[in-house]
Design a protein around this ligand. Structure first.
Ligand SMILES: [Cu+2]
Length: 291
């Protein structure tokens, strides 16, 4: 099929074929800090949980190569058809309308591609959805527009707190704009954290990119998700469901620390949040006034 193509055209097509994936991979390889977005970042963030690693491998090893090959193949077909079958090159068009062999091929190959994608996809979905026995269970409630974290008493907690985005005027050096919050949620590293999710008003969605986790928080329902963070650090997430005018301003922040540091934080937090009356309305009014 390539015999009728000029050497120049072939060189250009080969250069494009080599350049496109190189561009994609170069972007993904850009240095990324775990837990936060990177300037110019492309592809998935650096992952810190088993589910995250699996999602990343699925994307890099299965989806991206398939997408790249399909995109290049379609690009090649388009260019070839424009070059070979334009009116000048092909003044008398063929009247052929059916080709049984070709029709079977273009039905079967996409089906096979979908099957190849489906197997690791369902395996990943199962790992995301099936929560292993949890070491720590937390309840997170979405509100317009902040998260409430509840640490149950029987696990050394017995307190709850609201987590609200820091307004720009209050940002300390090193704080990330639109991501830093007043109260970080602290969890132990290398332990299974189960998060029970619900909402007080509209549908929100709890998501942390570097955990490979996203789950809707729905009023009147209790959803759950889980993560096991492999590395100490601060991890940023967002609400992923358009939930009203301040949807973009309800980040969530999770700090992963060692077990002893977690126990110490629990003691401190118990005192700090003991007087928390959870009066959400007053806090919303206050945060609106700041903006
Ligand atoms: Cu929301």
């Amino acid at each position: 099929m390539l015999t009728g193509i000029s050497p120049n055209f072939r060189r250009c097509a080969l250069a494009a074929a080599a350049f496109l994936p190189a561009l994609l991979f170069a972007g993904m390889a850009a240095a990324q800090v775990e837990g936060q977005p990177a300037p110019g970042g492309l592809g998935l963030p650096a992952m810190v949980t088993p589910v995250g690693h699996e999602a990343q491998a699925f994307y890099n090893l299965v989806l991206l190569p398939i997408i790249t090959v399909i995109a290049l193949f379609v690009l090649f077909l388009l260019i070839y058809v424009m070059w070979r079958f334009n009116e000048n090159a092909n003044p008398v068009p063929s009247k052929v309308t059916h080709n049984t062999a070709l029709e079977i091929v273009w039905t079967l190959i996409p089906v096979l591609i979908l099957v190849v994608i489906a197997i690791p996809s369902f395996r990943l979905l199962t790992h995301q959805v099936e929560v292993p026995p949890a070491d720590v269970t937390l309840k997170v409630t979405g509100n317009q527009w902040y998260w409430n974290w509840k640490y149950p008493e029987e696990q050394g907690g017995g307190f709850a707190f609201d987590q609200m985005m820091k307004p720009e005027a209050e940002l300390a050096p090193g704080d990330l704009r639109l991501l830093a919050v007043d109260n970080e949620a602290v969890v132990p590293v290398n332990e299974v954290i189960k998060v029970q999710l619900t909402s007080n008003d509209v549908i929100h969605a709890f998501g942390v990119p570097s955990f490979g986790v996203r789950q809707d928080a729905i009023p009147g329902r209790l959803n759950e998700t889980w993560f096991k963070i492999e590395k100490e650090g601060v991890y940023y997430g967002q609400c992923y469901f358009i939930c009203g005018k301040d949807h973009a301003y309800m980040p969530l922040v999770i700090r992963a620390v060692s077990r002893p540091a977690y126990e110490a934080w629990l003691q401190e937090a118990k005192k700090k949040f003991a007087a928390n009356d959870g009066d959400a309305k007053l806090r919303i009014a206050a945060s609106d006034a700041q903006r």
